[in-house]
Design a protein around this ligand. Structure first.
Ligand code: ADP
Ligand code: MG
Length: 269
């Protein structure tokens, strides 16, 4: 029997996340996802790529435990044996969702306040998270004073401040201009290499998925299932040389053509 039967099995297999036969039907009858099987190794950077409305955000919400699957199982394993649900997952949304009335530092501190982390430890963690995203000197600033890219950095710092094992990112850079997005892509890759987190990154950009990931999961149209799985075997660390390489162009074409069946049946316009 191939199916993992417990969190312990998932941990032994070196997996951070394991979905088996997961479906999600919303109350209004919309069949949003699945059945989806997905394994993500610890420390892996995986992208979920698919057309709008295919269930990508739904999949992340199920992994985060923000919603329950209609059927199937979602299993997570945790590095330190013990499960600390509040701390094991960091979530970054497309909108930075910052509190406008308070400082950058207080925005990043929020998850630690909710977890009642003592002030001295919280101070150290907030400072570290701000330094990781290059925002130390903006700690006392307010969200309205920041550019879109900087707001997203605050959002990333807030997700990292609890030192989660798994980082879930839902089209975090989709609203940013291309230059800012490229810079954040590079900074995210550097963070991933350094912190060794498991990252599940949702995007509808073929180019972004290939640039960032070790593996691209192409989802079908709703209800999202596994359409194709493409390993991105390019050397690390990746930078501008990779972005302009023939290998990158080749991989983007390969992923694009795997995505194409998702759009078949629709007007070419
Ligand atoms: P994606 O992130 O790939 O764009 P979503 O996971 O947001 O897709 O949505 C998948 C489908 O489920 C869509 O058709 C969407 O309209 C529907 N959906 C999402 N959330 C809800 C909800 N809370 N209630 C009903 N339908 C929903
Ligand atoms: Mg979405």
């Amino acid at each position: 029997m191939a199916e993992a039967s417990s969190d312990v099995d998932t941990a032994i297999a070196g997996l951070a996340v394991s979905l088996r036969g997961v479906t999600k039907a919303y109350d209004n009858g919309v069949m949003a996802l699945g059945p989806l099987d997905l394994d993500v190794r610890r420390g892996e950077f995986v992208s979920l790529l698919g057309p709008s409305g295919c269930g990508k955000s739904t999949a992340l919400r199920l992994i985060a435990g923000l919603a329950a699957p209609t059927s199937g199982t979602v299993q997570l394993s945790h590095h330190e044996g013990g499960t600390r649900p509040g701390r094991s997952i960091g979530f970054v949304f497309q909108e930075p969702t910052l509190m406008p009335w308070t400082s950058v530092e207080e925005n990043v501190r929020l998850p630690l306040r909710l977890a009642a982390v003592p002030a001295a430890e919280a101070d150290a963690r907030v400072n570290e998270a701000l330094a990781r995203v290059g925002l130390t000197e903006f700690a006392d600033g307010y969200p309205r004073e920041l550019s879109g890219g900087m707001k997203m950095r605050v959002s990333l710092a807030r997700a990292l401040v609890t030192d989660p094992d798994i980082l879930l990112m839902d089209e975090p850079f989709a609203a940013l201009d291309e230059i800012t997005r490229f810079r954040l892509n590079n900074d995210l890759l550097a963070l991933w290499r350094h912190l060794k987190k498991t990252v599940i990154f949702v995007t509808h950009s073929v180019f972004e998925s290939v640039y960032l990931s070790q593996r691209v999961i192409v989802m079908t149209q709703r209800p999202g299932r596994l359409g194709a799985e493409i390993g991105i075997d390019a050397p690390e660390p990746r930078g501008e040389d990779f972005r302009t390489s023939a290998e990158y162009a080749h991989l983007c074409r390969k992923v694009s053509s795997a995505l194409a069946p998702s759009y078949s049946g629709k007007s070419a316009l």
